[in-house]
Write a protein that binds this ligand. Structure first.
Ligand code: FE
Length: 338
């Protein structure tokens, strides 16, 4: 496997001179930066003989690159995190429709693009964490995060974060624009500090005592259970968690997914790769390697994920959520969520 960091992106592309057409190769543009994904890719090569040339970068960077490369893009597959990025890739015209009976059958309809431009392969739940020492009655719903009872307690990252954009778009989908605006305003009013850092930093803020309540994707917490995460693992017993809206729509699920590039030079290999990602073994890797939830029914969860317990997941159709992303952005601006 060829492997490039985002900083070496331009140089790498020039250096490898990816062939326009190469039997047995796959050019993967990946915005997933998880070491454990290595195994996911090497197993595909072992099983198919197809070499993966991996170009790594940030999601937005890779998308910009594909747009700039246009018809000459060597990209075969784009794999990235969050519905908003997948939707943006589709809207930018850098993906193409894939008709695969296997993908159609294995991936739930609400987790794939209605026009087959992208497919979800793993999920993480975006849930509420809290300081067991400080918060006696933790929020049970997303709506509760806006309850004045929690004034000065809530920590959540900025509105430029795609996870939050999709969460708010899902709230717009369920509750409508007006209620979603009120909610966002209430969360801003409850913030313990101006939004800063990533999801792990929100968990750290509970341990440090700065925040009583925090919002994070589950995999950051599960990772801290499984392996040493600085500032979290040592005091993880202090952190409680709630899967929100269990009597309502269920906990919001963040998606990671992929699509075949519009001008994929190795289209057949690209489709094969997507089908491989939906196979049980790959689905297990998403959980075992990165503490995620597989999208395919019946696939075993890693112990670090299973120990979080069973919960009701929001089954909202992500096609509808994607349509509400622009409204979500407007709301963030309107309420001054930094
Ligand atoms: Fe993440």
């Amino acid at each position: 496997m060829t492997y490039f960091t985002s900083t070496a992106l331009t140089a790498a592309l020039a250096a490898v001179a990816l062939p326009a057409l190469a039997e047995g190769e796959l050019n993967l543009y990946s915005a997933r930066h998880y070491d454990t994904d290595e195994r996911l890719y090497s197993d595909f090569t072992d099983a198919t003989g197809i070499t993966i040339n991996r170009i790594e970068g940030k999601g937005d960077e890779l998308l910009a690159r594909m747009i700039a490369e246009g018809a000459n893009s060597p990209a075969d597959v784009l794999i990235t995190v969050d519905t908003s990025r997948l939707a943006r890739a589709k809207d930018s015209g850098v993906l193409q429709a894939v008709d695969s009976d296997l993908l159609e059958a294995k991936i739930p309809a609400n987790l794939q693009d209605a026009d087959n431009h992208w497919f979800g392969f793993s999920q993480r739940s975006r849930i509420i964490f809290y300081d067991k020492k400080a918060i006696e009655n933790p929020p049970q719903t997303y709506a509760d995060l806006a309850d004045p009872a929690y004034k000065g307690q809530v920590c959540i990252r900025s509105s430029s974060n795609t996870y939050n954009q999709t969460l708010l778009a899902a709230i717009v989908t369920h509750e409508g624009e007006e209620a979603a605006t009120e909610w966002a305003q209430g969360v801003v009013d409850n913030m313990a500090r101006s939004p800063q850092g990533g999801d792990t930093d929100q968990l750290r803020s509970i341990v440090s005592g700065e925040c009583g309540i925090a919002v994070s994707n589950t995999y950051y917490f599960a990772r801290a259970l499984r392996t040493e995460v600085d500032g979290v693992s040592a005091a993880i017993d202090r952190i409680g968690y709630v899967f929100p809206d269990q009597d309502g729509n269920g906990a919001h699920m963040n998606l990671s997914g992929a699509g075949v590039a519009a001008n994929a030079p190795n289209r057949d290999n690209a489709v094969k790769f997507l089908e491989y990602l939906a196979a049980d073994q790959a689905q297990e890797y998403f959980s075992a390697g990165n503490d995620e939830y597989p999208v395919v029914e019946g696939v075993a969860l890693a112990p670090s994920v299973a120990q979080l317990g069973e919960f009701k997941a929001d089954k909202v159709n992500l096609n509808e959520v994607a349509e509400n992303l622009p409204v979500a952005q407007q709301i963030f601006n309107q309420v001054g969520w930094k």
